[in-house]
Design a protein around this ligand. Structure first.
Ligand code: GTP
Ligand code: MG
Length: 187
């Protein structure tokens, strides 16, 4: 099969992929959550590409970006939530993220954390687990951790937390396919 954008038969573009695998309609919602500046929006862009809408969360001035990503042969909605420190909200952004997590039918919440500040960020992981959200821990900025000689034992974390744990670098485009493979069992 050839790409309908460039007519090449070795093209790896989205157009070729979407034609080749003939994905079914949208199935499931993934929410990216975590503290500010951990790379949620960079990951959102890596997952969704250009299919994105940005709108105010109802009754607020907080903007929420929604897009779609292809997981296997399905289209899945992805929501980029505003940064939050805790599920007990102080700011309007945190209130919006909490409401969104509790009101929308979330198939999977991806808690994005910074590899070099893992300890500080796991408190929110426990809060998210406590409210019963299906959860995946995405340990981002692994490139920075490696540079600082910080090792992350994701297998041991996975065992202890009882949820999938993925190490990645959204900025360096590392670990995205592995993340998608782990998402697949939730959608
Ligand atoms: N080194 C490195 N930097 C990254 C990585 N991912 C994101 N960043 C950088 O981290 C900064 C914050 O990224 P954002 O995606 O805006 O973070 P966010 O979590 O959406 O932040 P809020 O929207 O404020 O909650 C940016 O300067 C990114 O370039 C990564 O894997 N490695
Ligand atoms: Mg952001």
């Amino acid at each position: 099969m050839s790409c309908y954008g460039c007519s090449g038969n070795k093209c790896k573009s989205r157009r070729w992929l979407s034609l080749a695998s003939n994905p079914s309609p949208e199935e499931g919602i993934i929410a990216l959550v975590g503290m500010p500046n951990v790379g949620k929006s960079v990951l959102f862009n890596r997952l969704t590409g250009t299919y994105v809408t940005v709108s105010n969360y109802p009754g607020t001035t907080v903007e929420i970006a929604r897009g779609k990503t292809q997981i296997g042969n399905k289209y899945v909605s992805v929501i980029d939530t505003p940064g939050m420190y805790s599920l007990i909200p102080i700011t309007e952004e945190e209130r919006v993220t909490r409401d969104l997590l509790l009101r929308e039918d979330i198939s999977l919440a991806i808690h994005v954390v910074e590899a070099k500040n893992l300890g500080r960020m796991l408190a929110l992981t426990f809060q998210l687990l406590e409210v019963g959200l299906p959860l995946l821990l995405a340990i981002n900025m692994i490139d920075e951790a490696k540079r600082m000689n910080i090792a992350v034992d994701s297998l041991s974390l996975e065992e202890k937390l009882g949820i999938p744990v993925v190490t990645m670098s959204a900025a360096k485009r590392q670990g995205i396919e592995q993340l998608k493979m782990r998402i697949a069992s939730y959608v």
